[in-house]
Write a protein that binds this ligand. Structure first.
Ligand code: NI
Length: 239
């Protein structure tokens, strides 16, 4: 294995255009097959060197390819959300999972219903519309209250299972799409917001998970707003 220091020397010595093109192609292959194992080890004008532990080799990556780490950042959170909610909520007494912040607000149970709806109707379907129809066809409106019109009676554990299975299937589809860096800027038409990009859609999918994790924690904490007494003023989540 060559050391990062030696790679710096290779870069300083310069390489032919043909060699650079070949290395660039190698880098793209690395990104396709080994993106979880890539580690940035050096950088210089317009290029970053990456080391892949699977291939035991280094490759230069032109900065325009740096979108793929963004995709990995999204996937690293999106993968964890079902297990985070599972750990937090499964088998909790119903008083925690059915609590709300008052009339018209959601309980943790309802948040899971909403996340299930998003997996079915929002993220991947909208990504698919952008990929296949671009800006021509606006996304179908996402009715965030529609699912609550049909009351679901199954236990929360079933909903957690369903959310986990849907998320796993959607991340598998995302992986199979093999999105290329330039596709991150492809645009679609949101019915209310107008033009949005694939990059923004994926970032929103990720931040939306984190937003609802915050919501679940807040709803649960507020059950004890009065129980904590004067300490309430020290807990920002109670405000
Ligand atoms: Ni939401």
């Amino acid at each position: 294995m060559r050391s990062p220091g030696k790679i710096g020397a290779v870069g300083a010595a310069g390489i032919s255009d043909d060699d650079l093109v070949q290395r660039f192609e190698n880098a793209k292959q690395l990104l396709l097959f080994c993106s979880r194992r890539l580690r940035c080890v050096d950088g210089d004008e317009g290029r970053h060197w990456f080391y892949c532990s699977l291939c035991d080799m280094f490759s230069p990556i032109i900065k325009t390819l740096m979108n793929t780490p963004f995709l990995e950042e999204c996937i690293s959170v999106l993968t964890r959300t079902p297990q985070t909610l599972n750990t937090l909520l499964r088998d909790l007494p119903d008083v925690w999972t059915t609590a709300t912040e008052g009339p018209g607000t959601w309980s943790p149970y309802m948040v899971i219903q909403h996340l299930i709806h998003g997996e079915k109707a929002d993220w991947i379907p909208r990504l698919s519309i952008i990929l296949h129809e671009g800006t021509k066809r606006p996304f179908d409106p996402f009715d965030r209250d529609a699912l609550f019109q049909q009351t679901r009676s199954e236990p929360l554990s079933s909903l957690l299972d369903e959310f986990g299975a849907l998320r796993e299937a959607n991340l598998s589809r995302l992986h199979d799409l093999n999105l290329q860096p330039e596709q991150m800027e492809w645009q679609g038409t949101h019915p209310a917001l107008g033009l949005v990009t694939i990059r923004q859609l994926l970032a929103t999918w990720t931040a939306h998970d984190l937003s609802h994790l915050t919501q679940v924690s807040r709803v649960m904490a507020k059950r004890f707003k009065h129980e904590v007494g004067s300490w309430s003023q020290y807990l920002s989540i109670m405000q």
